[in-house]
Unconditional design. Sequence first.
Length: 728
Amino acid sequence: MQNHIMDARWLAPTEPSDKRCLEFFKDFKLDEDIESATLTASALGVYKAEINGKKVGDIALAPGRTSMRYTLMYQTYDITDLLKTKNHIVLTVAGGWKSLYPHEILFNPSLPSGECAVIASIDVEYSDGSTQTILTDCSWKMQYSKITMSDPYDGETYDATFVSPKPVDATPIMYPRCSLVPQINEPTREKETLKAVKYIKTPAGEDIVDFGQNLAGFIEFSCCGEKGHVFELECGETLDKDGNFYRGNYRKAKAKLTYISDGKKAKYKTSMAFFGFRYLRLTGWNGKVDIRDFSAVAVYSDMERTGYIETSDPDLNQLYSNIIWGQRSNFVDVPTDCPQRDEKLGWTGDAQVFCKCASLNYNTYNFFRKWLNDMRNDQRPAGAIPQVIPNNANWASPASSWSDACCIIPWTLYLIYGNRQILEENFQMMKSWAEYIIRTDDEYFSSEKQYGDWLSTDIPDTSYMKGGTNRRYMAMCASVKTLEIVTKTAEVLNVRGADFTEDADRIRKKIVDEFFDGNYHLKEKTQTAFVVAIDCRIWPEKNAEFAKELVRLVHENGDRISTGFVGTPYILHVLSSNGYSELAYTLLLQKKYPSWLYPLSKGATTMWEHWDGIKEDGSMWSDIMNSFNHYAYGAVGDWIYTVAAGINYDESEPGFRKITISPVTDSRISYLKASLITDYGLVSSEWKNEGKKTTYTIVIPDGTKASAIIEGKHHSLKPGTNTFVISR
Ligand code: BGC
């Protein structure tokens, strides 16, 4: 049945709602004999719908988060079973992500600021074929909700004692500045529910509950207080070194749930804002805490889980779990840097480095496809890609490795899912970005906005966050890679006029002129400098020399990494592809700071933003930027899938139509298994070391061409299970 949302009017309050939630409602009558009925709705902000007292659908945080000056999504729900002849519908709306935008970008400037708005249609079909439509219009009423505060950073306040003043007529407004489109990606839903695992009375005397897992989502709790009693639940990700509650790293975000009791026993779950947390500090319980009263509900985009990794090493398994929870926490409709502090932003660089691992863990095709739609909308007329998408703050300047997400992500999705559509949709954006790089050249490479190897540890003072590798050098290397991706994309799409090979070569030459000495040795002496030289194919003939230098630097650093956001995703890859797999494993298994496993010694259950978010002496890196739920370094997961387990697509027939399995074992691990659900079916690769024997078990789906390289020897693989036993 067709919906009529395009005929409906936007409804908004006439006065600033000031972070309050609003309820737009209407009573309506229907005939009997309803065959089917749908509700189609959207909001500028966040909405939820109830019909006759029952929640409509199971989507959380609808209508989702987009670049809302251009696009808003709408959702269509089957409401046949909720309807009677006499009905009451309530649409509750909060400002949500809209609050991040300057008012005039979204609204007619004459409207009061702090607005949120809603639009809906109810479409009914009767058994005789006749239809009826109810639209949002001036016949609806509006009142304030008992949710008296909702904010993406500050949280939610529910006042059970609140009685709204008399409802007023809802006001239809003109809201011309964006288009309404149907849901593009999997909606955000409530997923895992975790019960609190521990009650802690801290040395400071505070009441804390611990969920044992850092995550993003809703808080649910039961309480019983006298009328007017205030319960407060504040979020934290970790305790400090004395075991006290710590929330300095949330910066300005209050991240607090406040519940004002009406004197009745109640069970409450937040619904209009989500939180990033592992711990809750409780105020108002006076020590009488029953952990059974508290749950944390993970909320994220409902993508299909496709990848699994399991090994004999409990630390590696915990690392993998931290990667998965990092993804869950930061895939709430938009790929975000972190889910807790006053950011929760779609930082392009973070998404780019994690995209491959994320797309093996889950089917992210629709998720990223939607975000790339926002990126295309937010691309500046001259081709620059802002560093944050949706670009709510109206930032203009691009940065290498961040803006390059516009090329790396479509290309990665194409290789993993084999669908050209993602390249077709984004090619124009990719090409304009390539042209921007070429046109602005030195001005762009040397821009102060370049982040370099963000947060690397190769400088004495790690508070200088842009790392120890020359930023102009890094920008040029990243651009070479981007130009090659755009050239390859044009080849796949058979488009002329987008061959950037000469431009890439010109930049390579510039790199050699500026950053190599008279003997053609790279002058930059950091791990990341050599990693990107190899990964971005700056001088492929010299890869062996670069790798050797990299190995020297790794040894010099006590077999530990010193890379940041840009070097980290590739360091193990460049080591293993140049004959240093054993060292790659040493880095992966390293427990001393800086390493992937070090945070485990401090109780990490998600990936950290800084290698030393909590230092060895238990002190914090700093409050100014210290997220304990940043997925970027989780990129290492893709090395485990594609090198350790050796499951690889082939660029000539992407999407795992042609598969190469080339596992790399290590004697420090007795077994490792990775599996992937591809479009063709399950692919899995497992190896087991037992004494002098290694057993490889590989599962290949029908309809693919597959081969293996086992300890240097080539084998063809058949659909089903293939086993190889190698004895030494
Ligand atoms: C974010 C990062 C992001 C960076 C840009 C930070 O505040 O949390 O992850 O990429 O800014 O440098």
